[in-house]
Ligand binder design. Structure first.
Ligand code: ADP
Length: 479
């Protein structure tokens, strides 16, 4: 099949979170299965174009008056997937990140930037002669490309079929009503059965309404978002669209995340050579200026947002630090959380090290060097860091939600323990889980057994890839 991916980030070119990991891995797996995948992405100024050898593609002009647009065609390093970059300096040559200005606020013209990305995806799917290639399926990801099926619908295009993946329902792509007229979509689509959402419009809702299939990134999250507590106002709509909704758990790229071959850690190790994990622990402690100690080392690698539940760690952790535990955090995000953690680090200097940063390489050493990774999320569509942790023999401590519930086991029937799981987003539940970890850590033999269970888990992309192919095939054959 021919599949056009439309997305707003991809590892290793530009990444703010797990979406980039997925868009970096899944097309390669599909290509290995014999499918032809092209990936449409904005040409942000943050992308290092030297690595991707771009050739000029077709000119798209300036149909909306937002800037001249054309395509640049290249390849992601070490990938056979063709990259189609939407080159529009007026929209994408900016100083900040993909979505936010340097001061952390949204770009005021994000509705235009991502409408043009989606519009281009729809144009490429409709006019195959532009790049001599016509997809059978468009696979759109998150609100940034939610308008792809809306444009196809407004042009009355019934092919290609569209799969829309929700990586995080909380980011709704909401804009005020006055901006709707800039999208070039008819007034008839601005209603509750269309894009209208709480007095404005939502690009994510467009993806839900008009796609032929909707996926989320874990089975449990698929169920959760149909409830009021997790539905972000879309639960009713999602329940009504149940028959086109599936959950496919993300995989891990074990070429990038494997302690046996990882070039970013101090000593490589595997399930048969687990002692060398300690070498990484010592190196991490030294790098983080933690006092020498033989106690348990907790780690966090995360965006700092309310979603991740890390405020609970600030409350729960002190009593365990007093008992000899230590902690390393690498993260960035909400200013108030950044400040609270920096203060926490100062208060417990020598026992707690805080890095407010985004550092892909350091994330690998933390995964290899800590004993437990903390992921107390309030909700978690899939979560990747717990999957990396398992492979590194680092036991995840997770809340029972979304993809965390689908990938980490404690007291689960017929499944070996691989981590620690707690129920409610409250300090007491997290504290009990931390306590269970500290007690078990005293029993080195049992700990090692659980590490081995964790490292033997297999979350390869191949399995997820097969599920996506099945889905593509089933909707491509629908009339
Ligand atoms: P989300 O997409 O909600 O941020 P995921 O667990 O799905 O959460 O994916 C997060 C990805 O971003 C992982 O690859 C993780 O290692 C990475 N990451 C998050 N924060 C940082 C950071 N501060 N430095 C380096 N990598 C990070």
């Amino acid at each position: 099949m021919k599949i056009l991916f439309t997305a707003s980030e991809v590892y290793p070119l530009i990444k703010t979170g797990g979406l980039a990991d997925v868009v970096g891995s899944l097309p390669n797996v599909l290509a290995e299965e014999g499918h032809e995948v092209r990936l449409l992405l904005p040409l942000y100024s943050g992308i290092n174009v030297e690595e991707i050898h771009l050739n000029a593609g077709p000119v798209l002009g300036n149909p909306f008056g937002f800037g001249q647009m054309r395509l640049q065609v290249g390849h992601i390093p070490n990938s056979t997937v063709t990259l189609l970059l939407l080159d529009c300096p007026d929209l994408f040559s900016r100083d900040g990140g993909p979505y936010l200005q340097l001061d952390g606020s949204d770009y005021p013209d994000n509705h235009r930037r991502f409408a043009m990305l989606a519009w281009t995806g729809a144009v490429l799917s409709t006019y195959g002669n532009l790049i001599d290639w016509q997809p059978d399926i468009v696979h759109a990801h998150d609100w940034q490309t939610g308008l792809v099926p809306a444009y196809l619908k407004s042009w009355r295009q019934r092919v290609p079929k569209v799969v829309f993946t929700i990586h995080n329902l909380q980011y709704t792509g909401f804009f005020e009503a006055a901006l709707y007229s800039e999208l070039g979509l008819g007034e008839d689509m601005y209603d509750p059965e269309g894009l209208e959402y709480y007095g404005g419009f939502s690009m994510l809702k467009a993806g839900i309404q008009y796609s032929d299939a909707i996926t989320t990134v874990s089975p449990t999250y698929t169920q959760e978002i149909q409830t009021e507590a997790y539905g972000c106002g879309f639960d009713g709509l999602l329940r009504s669209q149940q028959n086109k909704l599936t959950g496919i758990l993300n995989g891990v790229d074990y070429d990038v995340w494997n302690p046996d071959t990882d070039p970013f850690i101090v000593a490589n190790y595997n399930v048969h050579k687990l002692d060398d994990k300690q070498v990484n622990k010592h190196a991490l402690r030294e790098r983080c200026r933690l006092e020498p100690h033989n106690g348990l080392l907790f780690g966090i690698v995360s965006r700092l947002t309310t979603q991740k539940g890390l405020d609970l760690v600030l409350e729960a952790m002190p009593q365990f630090i007093d008992q000899g535990a230590q902690m390393v955090l690498l993260g960035s995000g909400d200013k108030s959380l950044e400040e609270a953690f920096l203060q926490f680090g100062q208060q417990y200097a020598g026992q707690v090290s805080i890095y407010i940063d985004y550092d892909e390489v350091f994330a690998h050493l933390i995964q290899a060097g800590v004993d437990c990774l903390l992921i107390p999320s309030r909700f978690e569509p899939c979560g990747l860091t717990q999957l990396f942790a398992l492979k590194y023999g680092t036991l995840p401590i997770v809340r029972h939600t979304g993809g965390l519930a689908d990938s980490v086991w404690e007291n689960k029937e017929n499944l070996p323990q691989t981590g620690f799981v707690f129920d409610q987003s409250v300090v007491e539940d997290l504290s009990e889980a931390l306590s269970r970890a500290l007690i078990l850590y005293q029993d080195r033999e049992s700990w090692r057994q659980i590490q081995q269970n964790a490292m033997r888990q297999d979350f390869t992309w191949e399995k997820a890839g097969k599920n996506y192919i099945q889905l593509y095939q089933s909707i491509a054959n629908e009339r």
